[in-house]
Every structure is written in structure tokens, then in C-alpha cells.
Design a protein around this ligand. Structure first.
Ligand code: FEO
Length: 452
């Protein structure tokens, strides 16, 4: 029994899919599973391009032995040394002691880090532009540092115009028999997972991805073989356009993502009303409760949409923790060039707005709309007008109209008054009486400081 698929001429896919793994990299939920692709070229020499995760290792070795049909394995090309592709490399090197390892100088020491083996006497060390002729095929190796690790490279087969792209152009999702992107409805069934994979795994490294895209544009690529997800042999322009947008942090959709973090529902109610007001204005809108939806999905949509509303309760004088996690994650992934708005909530000392603005202020080119909405526990009578005004401002900004006042996040509206260092209560006034005591914790005026 085998699961080897002939892709093109003498090129075979012999990967596998894991539908049981709950979290990829022990962090990203993958309800649709994930595939680990490896490729075998049966040329005058035999060439394996990458190995697989240990979850599908047994099947992989069965497939490889079947496909080789008794021939030796001459080369294994290691495009990426992360264990989801290389956990089986050590075993492969033991089973095929005559196989030479084609890798760059950053990869070779990593092999010894992961496995108790020294490959120095069987390594073919390659650098940018080096080639390997195996008969009909000549492979060219191009370095792609930080797409997704520093040692990543891609391999281009000039004979058949095939790019073995490592993590680039990959996606979450198990392969279900159909191995080519043109055999599935990619836009409908795969694009969201492809975006979530890209943004979470590689999204931080946009400039490095753009550098790789530039190299790829100089080649006559007619097929892309990634290490995860379907293989591309048609509509490569569609895929490249998506990658250019994601890597340059351009939104795909002019519309609004609302991310809310609500404790007892007051914040979520306001977020939901805002979503209705935006939809009434014909603005594409998506809303997530970040306590419920894993932040990898919200991060992915933050890359997708042009505008983001962060709506959060205040918690321990800070940002409610799921929202803080999301904002830190978005900042770590270097998202930039978005227009944002804030809804803050706090029953006695709303502080989440200012703190969210601080994190956004550390990011590049984030513009904050002026209409920050402040809730005290829940929407107060009349505050629906503030949401109407925010919806108007967002709609105008989404449409590119000029009447949506924006300001750099560093200039975010600041609360006036004095804040209790102990409990966070804010006394809203220009002056603080000397005999003032905090109505929440009872501390004296000396424990207050001006809100900055
Ligand atoms: Fe699919 Fe970076 O490993």
C-alpha cells in the first residue's frame, strides 16, 4: 500500500496529512489538519526534497521505499530544518547512509543540533545561485532567510520550471486526495487558512518575503511545490498577488474588523451595535470576541481588513488580558498601515483605551480615529449616538472620504484628571483637593498622579 502521487514527469509527492494534531507548533489550532509535503525526483540520480513531520513518518518511509523501487537515494535537499519537515531526517540518514545532504551553511550545524549525527562528510553545501545537476534536471538554490527560519532556502528546477518553495505559499489544511490547488475551490475553502498560515507563521517577515518574491519573479516558474498544502500549477499570479499584499501589509478588503474583549457583555453589546451600524452603511465588517476566537484567526483578519476597532474592558487597571494578548501578537507580527478606532470600558476607571493606544503607538503607521467611545460598565442612554458617529467616521475612512479625522496613535486622546496609583480610579478634574481620598480604595491624594 502506498500514497505516492505522480505530479509531473518524474516528480512524485510522498507527503502525508495529520488530521489529529490539535495545535500546529503547539499554538495554532488546525481544525482542518495540515499536510507535510515531500517530493521525490527520479532522475539519473534520485533526489528527495525535504522530509516530513514525525506524525506521518511511518507512511512517508513506506512511500519513499515504494517510489524508489530498490534504487538508492542519492540526494536529500534540506530546504528548511524546522522539525515539521525534518523530524524524520535523522532516521532517513540512518536508512540511506549513502545519501548526500544538500543544504546551506546555516542548515548543516542545525542538523547536529536536532540529531546526534555529523553530516560533514556527506554534506553538499550550497550557497545563493549554486546548482546541482542530477541528469535531466538542474536545481538552483536560492536563499530565503526568515521565510520562515534563517536557514530557509528554495530550490528551482529549471528543466520543468518548478519551484520547491519551502514554507512559502503553504497553508494549513489536510490534503484530501486532491493535491493541486486547481482541483479545489481555493478561494472559498482554503484562502482563509492560507492567510492564517502566512500571517501567523511568516507575517512578521514581510520584507524578507518580498525579497524572495523578487527572486521568484526573475524565474519562469510554472509550478510551485510548497511544504504544506496544495501544489500550484495554474493561476500562479493569484497566489503571487496575495503574497505581495500580505508581505507589504496591504489590506485585501476595505472594511472593518471589530475585535472585542468583554467581561460581562457591555463592551460586546457596543461592538455588536457598531457592527450593525457599519453593515447598514454597506461597509464589510467582521466581529470577533477575542476571549472565544483564537488570536491567530483575529490576527489573520487584521491583515485582511483596512480598518480595525479594538473594543476592550479594563482589567486590573490594564487591558483585559485576551485583548492585550491580541494586541501584542499583532504588534509582534509587524502589522502596519491600518486605520484603527477604540472602544474602552471601565466601571470606575476606564484605562484600556489609553493603554491600547500605547501599544498601537509602538507600531508603524497606525492612524487612530478621534471618536474613541468610553463606556462605564455599559452603554449609557444617548451613547448610541457616539456609536453612530464612530460608524460614520469609519465608513467615511473606509470609502476614502476626507471627513474622517484621524491622528497618529501617539496623539491618542488622553483622559484628564488624576489617577489613583493603587486602584486606578480617575478623578476627572484639573485640580485634586489636598484632602481628597479615593472613593474606591480610600487612599489619600498623595497616592494620585496626573493622568498623562
Ligand atoms: Fe513548515 Fe517553518 O516549518
Amino acid at each position: 500500500m502506498h500514497c505516492v502521487t505522480n505530479i509531473h514527469e518524474d516528480l512524485y509527492w510522498l507527503g502525508g496529512s495529520d488530521r489529529q494534531l490539535a495545535k500546529f507548533e503547539n499554538v495554532f489550532p488546525i481544525p482542518r489538519g495540515v499536510s507535510y509535503n515531500a517530493y521525490l525526483v527520479l532522475d539519473e540520480k534520485t533526489v528527495l526534497l525535504d522530509t516530513v513531520d514525525k506524525a506521518v513518518g511511518e507512511r512517508f518511509f513506506e512511500n519513499l521505499e515504494f517510489a524508489l523501487a530498490g534504487r538508492p537515494l542519492d540526494y536529500v535537499v534540506v530546504n528548511h530544518m524546522e522539525p515539521d519537515h525534518c523530524a524524520t531526517l535523522g532516521e532517513l540518514l540512518r536508512r540511506w547512509p549513502g545519501a548526500q545532504v544538500v543544504a546551506n551553511a546555516k542548515t548543516v550545524p542545525m542538523v547536529s543540533q536536532f540529531f546526534d549525527c555529523d553530516i560533514s562528510n556527506r554534506a553538499v553545501v550550497v550557497k545563493e545561485g549554486d546548482t546541482l545537476c542530477t541528469g535531466r534536471h538542474t536545481f538552483t538554490f536560492l536563499m530565503a532567510p526568515m521565510v520562515h527560519w534563517p536557514e530557509v532556502m528554495v530550490s528551482y528546477d529549471a528543466a520543468d520550471h518548478i519551484l520547491f518553495s519551502a514554507d512559502a505559499f503553504g497553508t494549513f489544511g489536510a490534503l484530501n486526495g486532491n493535491i493541486f490547488a486547481d482541483q479545489v475551490d481555493f478561494e472559498r475553502d482554503w484562502l482563509d487558512d492560507a492567510r492564517r498560515y502566512y500571517t501567523n507563521i511568516v507575517g512578521k517577515y514581510g520584507p524578507q518575503v518580498l525579497a524572495l518574491l523578487k527572486k521568484v519573479e526573475g524565474l519562469d516558474v510554472r509550478m510551485v511545490c510548497p511544504l504544506h498544502g496544495p501544489i500550484w500549477r495554474r493561476d500562479l499570479g493569484y497566489l503571487m498577488d496575495k503574497y505581495k499584499k500580505w508581505a507589504s501589509y496591504q489590506p485585501e478588503v476595505r472594511g472593518v474588523l471589530i475585535a472585542c474583549a468583554s467581561i460581562y457583555g457591555g463592551t460586546e453589546t457596543a461592538a455588536g451595535i457598531l457592527a450593525c451600524r457599519l453593515a447598514e452603511r454597506g461597509i464589510p465588517v467582521e466581529l470577533y470576541d477575542v476571549s472565544v476566537t483564537h488570536c491567530s484567526y483575529v490576527l489573520s483578519d487584521a491583515f485582511k481588513y483596512s480598518h480595525i476597532v479594538f473594543a476592550s474592558a479594563t482589567y486590573n487597571n490594564g487591558i483585559f488580558t485576551p485583548m492585550e494578548e491580541l494586541l501584542r501578537d499583532i504588534a509582534h507580527h509587524a502589522l502596519q498601515d491600518r486605520t484603527v478606532a477604540l472602544i474602552q470600558n471601565g466601571s470606575w476607571a476606564p484605562a484600556s483605551g489609553k493603554l491600547m493606544a500605547q501599544i498601537l503607538g509602538e507600531m508603524k503607521n497606525m492612524e487612530l480615529l478621534e471618536q474613541t467611545v468610553t463606556l462605564k460598565s455599559a452603554l449609557a442612554p444617548g451613547q448610541d449616538q457616539e456609536l453612530e458617529a464612530l460608524a460614520d467616521a469609519l465608513a467615511a475612512s473606509v470609502r476614502g472620504e476626507q471627513d474622517a479625522p484621524e491622528q497618529a496613535v501617539a496623539d491618542a486622546p488622553k483622559a484628564k484628571g488624576f489617577i489613583c496609583r493603587i486602584c486606578g480610579f480617575i478623578y476627572e478634574s484639573d485640580t485634586l483637593p489636598e484632602d481628597f481620598r479615593c472613593p474606591i480604595c480610600g487612599r489619600p491624594a498623595s497616592d494620585f498622579e496626573p493622568v498623562t
